[in-house]
Each structure stands twice: as structure tokens, then as C-alpha cells.
Design a protein around this ligand. Structure first.
Ligand code: E4P
Length: 223
């Protein structure tokens, strides 16, 4: 399963990249706003900066809601760098735009997906990625991971190549559960990725190994 980081923070992207397990980045207008990135030129430059840190797909979301606007914006985004993936919302115009981009060989990520039917439409239109938002479903008492499982079954039934990108991941158990049900990608906050490293028995075990090694060395030195 690929690990993407879900942020527009260059510092966090660099930190995740340094861990050696990062495969890509997803952003959205809220994450860009959180970093104070606004104005067309600044936004475009920020995507280029991200692409220069990570060698993997970088989702850049369109702001337009009509087909013509999405096409214009998406083509501009895609021209920035070979790793740019145009992120398009799950709407009628969005699905039409995904079909258009797919015909032009432009990578797409269909975002704001909350049902198997929406995921089926995204795959039929030729989306590169589909983004079911599992955390937001959990927030409204609906099983987000179960949606990933359902989409996995549907895509496997028909051999759709669209990759399931589990989004709105909130904690490390989400990552494990997504891996168990066969998500292709999980896009995660840095905190959830970093949390996977830790286990108290690893810490205790390493301390014991090092203490035993030190004792053995001291014994050799005395002999
Ligand atoms: C997906 O690509 C979105 O950027 C993101 O995962 C949304 O997560 P949130 O529900 O934590 O805002």
C-alpha cells in the first residue's frame, strides 16, 4: 500500500519524505488555506515546490465547479509537473471532466467520495484515483473502512484500474484497517504515519539489547 501525506505544509512533507516511506502528497483548498497559500501564482508555485520535494503523485485540486472551468484549471495544473494529479470533486461536471482528462492522459483524483455508487462512476470515467473520505463517514456514525471494502469488491469484480486512495484518515488504526481491506493508497496526516513506528516492546527490547551488549563489552575489557 502506498503512503501519501495529506498536507500542504512543506515542513511536514519534508519530514515525511525523510522517513523514506513516502509515495505522494494530497492537498485540498482547506489545507492550502491553512498554510496561508493564496493567489494563483503563489498556489501554482507551491505545487511545484511540493513536486520538488517528493518523487510521487501530488494531488492539486480545482476550484471551479463547472466543466469548462475545471478543464481550463486542470490543464494548467497538469502542465506544472509530470507528477501533478488533478483533483476533481465528485459531481456531474466533475465526472465529465475526469473523462475528458483521462482521454488526454492527465492523471485525476476523484475527491469527496462517500458511496460505492460514486466510486463506480469515478472508475467508469477513468479516474486514476478515487478518494473515499473514511474519517468523515466515521464522524457521522457510518463505517468508513467498510466503504473501502465495498469499493475494493466492485473494482475487482470488473478489473477497474482506478486506485482506491483512502482519504480523511485520522489515526494509525485507520491505516492498518485500510491495508487489511486492500486500499491501494492511504493519505494520512504525518502524526498517523509516525505513530506506526512506536511499540513499547520495541523500545524495551532495544534498551535490553544495548544494555546486554555493553555488559559483554565491559566483561571482555576486564578479562
Ligand atoms: C483528501 O485528499 C482530503 O484532503 C482529506 O483526506 C480530507 O481529510 P479531513 O476529513 O481530515 O479534512
Amino acid at each position: 500500500m502506498k503512503f501519501f501525506i495529506d498536507t500542504a505544509s512543506l515542513a511536514q512533507i519534508k519530514e515525511a519524505q525523510d522517513l523514506g516511506v513516502l509515495d505522494g502528497v494530497t492537498t485540498n483548498p482547506s489545507l492550502m488555506a491553512k498554510e496561508g497559500i493564496s493567489g494563483e501564482e503563489r498556489v501554482l508555485q507551491h505545487y511545484v515546490d511540493i513536486c520538488n520535494i517528493v518523487d510521487g503523485d501530488v494531488s492539486a485540486e480545482v476550484i471551479s465547479v463547472d466543466f469548462a472551468g475545471m478543464v481550463k484549471e486542470g490543464e494548467k495544473l497538469a502542465a506544472l509537473h509530470k507528477n501533478i494529479t488533478v483533483k476533481v470533486p465528485m459531481t456531474r461536471d466533475g465526472v465529465k471532466a475526469i473523462k475528458y482528462f483521462s482521454g488526454k492522459g492527465i492523471k485525476t483524483n476523484c475527491t469527496l467520495v462517500f458511496s460505492p455508487g460514486q466510486a463506480l462512476l469515478a472508475a467508469k470515467a477513468g479516474a486514476t484515483y478515487v478518494s473515499p473520505f473514511i474519517g468523515r463517514l466515521d464522524d457521522v456514525s457510518t463505517d468508513g473502512v467498510q466503504l473501502i471494502e465495498s469499493i475494493r469488491t466492485i473494482y475487482d469484480n470488473y478489473g477497474y484500474a482506478t486506485q482506491i486512495l483512502a482519504a480523511s484518515v485520522r489515526h494509525p488504526m485507520h491505516i492498518i484497517q485500510c491495508a487489511e481491506v486492500g486500499a491501494d493508497v492511504a493519505t494520512c496526516p504525518l502524526s498517523a504515519i509516525v505513530a506506526l513506528f512506536d511499540h513499547p516492546l520495541t523500545t524495551i527490547g532495544l534498551e535490553k539489547f544495548l544494555a546486554d551488549h555493553k555488559k559483554a563489552q565491559q566483561a571482555t575489557a576486564k578479562a
